[in-house]
Design a protein around this ligand. Structure first.
Ligand code: URA
Length: 484
């Protein structure tokens, strides 16, 4: 006779039940796992209302505390945490069976790669990992104005996404790290999230019948959703049910179209995954009208592998109508953490030189050839590594898009990497610095030293001379003016 174990279908609840059952020596074949409120792997009301700000489940070794017989490898708990959000209906059963086997004479089970349970666990964990990555890479935000009563001037960036698996809670913290300084909301069928630059609120998912079909629908959906769900930041499930009774959710005429639409978007995404982007171009919005739009899109760029190790994509900063664009190499350690260009030691040297040349930093647009910090970890330190030519090329579409929008009169390249991106060729700094060159972006393109190179000079006299030359070369632009 089997016993029905009704539980909330998330990892923490399953783990609690599994621990209890394991202590009671209940074998897997005696259990039928009955996830409450789940339909085809999708929670009817999504992720619920808690606002832990992390979306993390508990420590993965905790099950080991249940007793000596229940010690399990950490690798299992990590894979189980991922598999728990897979839509495979057998996952709870399989997880418990593996747990049982690990603690009943098969401690090395996970090493048996051909074992059916292990195989399924691995496949689920891998699929979930890919799905999280896909969400990180392909969520696109749309700007909506005036819906945040606390800050009506502030835009809210809204995105709709339909992941393959219930990865929502695992995927959202990434967006908080990347978009810390923006107000945004992400809506999915499994849950919704609202970040107001301080606090993360989770709300219920968007019922499939309400899923936006056009970009414009997203705005309308957000406006009604914000009122119903996040303002005053409390879930109103009853109100939602009243507006659209649950019994109709699966039979609304528009749901037929959604399947088609989502299938289409899945195919597009699959194609993009297959194409393995080697460049940022797949991430650059084709008709961006504003730098802010580019910045949002760049934040989730996965056009090269540098995005995996950097904290933030560091986009350019400055007036959209700047006459001068200054291009550096790539963000450094502090820029990476603060998501702003030239705010660390090299930025200090740049500020000094600009001031000495009579240029207000606020008047120029400052950006980098590569938007992610390339570095090597040595102990606690993150040491700068020069980006390779292929990384400069992969990131070039962002710089091109910035320059295309700004149309500056003058482009200043700080060092050879910036020159490579702007001029499209390798240069010898000594040969080409300090004179006007022509690039696709401006007939007045100037190459000068990188402030970090000056910073690294050990000899004080040499350093002072280099600084003087840097100031003089920056001074070449002052005759042209700073802002349109
Ligand atoms: N060096 C650069 O090239 N860019 C920065 O933003 C900081 C340091």
């Amino acid at each position: 006779m089997t016993i029905d174990i009704e539980f909330k279908p998330d990892f923490v609840s399953w783990r609690t039940e599994a621990r209890r059952l394991l202590l009671a020596e209940t074998p897997p074949e005696d259990i039928s796992w009955v996830p409450a409120g789940e339909e085809q792997g999708r929670l009817l009301f999504g992720a619920g209302a808690s606002a832990d700000g992390h979306g993390q489940v508990g420590a993965s070794t905790e099950i080991a505390k249940a007793g000596p017989a229940t010690r399990v490898p950490r690798a299992f708990m990590e894979a189980a945490e991922l598999a728990a959000v897979h839509r495979e209906p057998r996952r709870w059963q399989v997880l418990y069976r593996i747990l049982w086997r690990l603690s009943h004479g098969e401690p090395h089970l996970l090493d048996i790669e051909v074992d059916d349970d292990v195989l399924l666990l691995r496949r689920m964990a891998k699929a979930v990992g890919r799905d999280i990555h896909k969400m990180h890479a392909f969520v696109r935000f749309r700007k909506v104005m005036g819906t945040n009563p606390d800050a009506p001037e502030d835009p809210v960036y809204v995105a709709w996404h339909c992941p393959d698996h219930a990865i929502f809670r695992l995927a959202v913290p990434f967006f908080v790290r990347r978009f810390r300084s923006m107000t945004f909301s992400i809506l999915t069928p499994d849950g919704s999230a609202f970040w107001d630059k301080k606090r993360l609120e989770y709300g219920p998912g968007v019922p499939e019948g309400m899923a936006p079909r056009l970009d414009d629908d997203l705005e309308a959906l957000w406006c009604s959703y914000y009122g119903a769900i996040f303002n005053p930041a409390r879930i109103k499930i009853k109100a939602m049910k009243r507006e659209m009774p649950v019994r109709h959710w699966r039979t609304l005429p528009e749901t037929a179209l959604i399947g088609e639409l989502l299938a289409g978007s899945d195919a597009r995404v699959a194609q993009m995954m297959k194409d393995q982007p080697k460049s940022a171009s797949a991430f650059v919005p084709k008709q961006a009208a504003e730098l802010a739009e580019l910045k949002i899109a760049a934040a989730v760029c996965a056009g090269c592998s540098l995005c995996h190790t950097a904290t933030n994509a560091v986009f350019g900063k400055g007036p959209a109508n700047a006459r001068i664009v200054i291009v550096g190499e790539q963000p450094g350690d502090q820029e990476d953490l603060l998501a702003e260009p030239f705010v660390g030691p090299a930025g200090k040297v740049l500020n000094e030189a600009l001031a000495a040349a009579g240029i207000r930093r606020d008047d120029v647009y400052v950006t980098n050839a590569v938007k992610h910090f390339k570095h090597k970890k040595v102990g606690l330190q993150r040491l700068h590594q020069k980006p390779e030519a292929r990384e400069v090329a992969a990131c070039r579409p962002w710089l091109a898009a910035e320059l295309q929008l700004i149309k500056p009169e003058i482009v200043v390249c700080l060092g050879a990497t910036a020159a490579l991106s702007v001029l499209g060729r390798m240069i010898r700094l000594a040969d080409e610095r300090g004179r006007w060159l022509s690039s696709s972006w401006s007939k007045r393109t100037l190459v000068t030293n990188h402030p970090a190179a000056i910073l690294r000079m050990m000899d004080k006299d040499q350093q002072a001379a280099a600084m003087a030359q840097f100031v003089a070369e920056l001074g070449m632009v002052t005759g042209v003016g700073h802002q349109r």
